[in-house]
Design a protein around this ligand. Sequence first.
Ligand code: GLU
Length: 416
Amino acid sequence: MSTESLNPLVIAQKQIKKACDILGVEESVYELLKEPMRVLEVSIPVQMDDGSIKVFKGYRSQHNDALGPTKGGIRFHPDVTLDEVKALSMWMTFKCGVVGLPYGGAKGGVVVNPKELSNDELQRLSRGYIRAIASIIGPEKDIPAPDVGTNAQIMAWMVDEYNKIVGYNSPAVITGKPLIYGGSKGRVAATGYGVALMAREAVKRLNMDFKDCTVAIQGFGNVGSHAGLSLKRLGAKIIAVCDVYGGIYNEKGIDAEKLVEHVNKTGTVCNFEGTTPITNEELLTMKVDILVLAALENQITSANANEVKAKIICEGANGPTTPEADKILSEKGVFVVPDILANSGGVIVSYFEWVQNLMNYCWTEKEVEERQEIMMVNAFNSIYDLAQQYKVDMRTAAYMISIKRVYEAMKVRGWL
Ligand code: GLU
């Protein structure tokens, strides 16, 4: 029987501990980083369309603000737990740190299946959540954004509610907004685009040719679909995709644009013309060059890591690989681009959105994409070099760089 823990908080703590030990920092650093500095748990009463009141549970976890105000998305999902939100907020600290953003990490979550709510109920829940956490967020305090199950429309309702509470327009309080109300060009595609850029950099380091690469994508929501579109743009061949309902396969290639149209019409990748059905497990263990994980946590564990045949894993999701699986993958020579780097495109462009809001200015899509690419490629190169120097995997090197930055900020601020 495996004793592998699938609790994201335990996993995040293991990742931090490992990097702290290699860096040789004092014990108090790990003690400070192993839990969030502040957590708020709220109960949100929402009037349903039939007149009844339903109470939803919500959380906001602010992990560490040594580098700046905390930042991170809000997840609407039935499986949200406090430990998950805490772990996600910790991963945000190190994601912001590793690419050099002036932010700490936070995350919010509400236990709800948004697909089961009407549009009006969803709006009332989103506003209720913001009323419940309004006192601890703000453009200089903590800046939420979208995550699994939330989108630009939900961000617009949330900012509107926040504006009513403070009594003025404050678009910089939340990022990932619609373009018409302070959103940034390139934000919707940013995470998936970044995943494709990081896959490209990994391909270069392995001396492979991107044009010959085959790709499998787990998850076809915002991150997976935009990763697919960008990977196609860069020249790779997508041969398998899956979502919560099932998977599809075509060795000759799947057209990402047409697949997006199909998903918009039917709500799933299943039954896309010219493909044969496959299972999620088959996709994860398929012989491909690049496996993009763009669903949820704990997808590659000690139970299936040995079966992985991909040369590169690019983590669009947060926490898709367990530490035990990491060890197996590293022994097998699979090149893993860790979540805190691979999916940092989202928070990078969120940062650009916040900067534009604070300046009351608006950049072009080209400017946004170019700046995002520079930040991510620079971070990739520093992590790669450190990984070579210390003979560790990319995840450990990413944590080492990030923890060092957070550590230095805590030190200079007199916390240690
Ligand atoms: N939810 C995204 C993430 O996990 C984006 C966070 C943000 O833009 O603040 O990175």
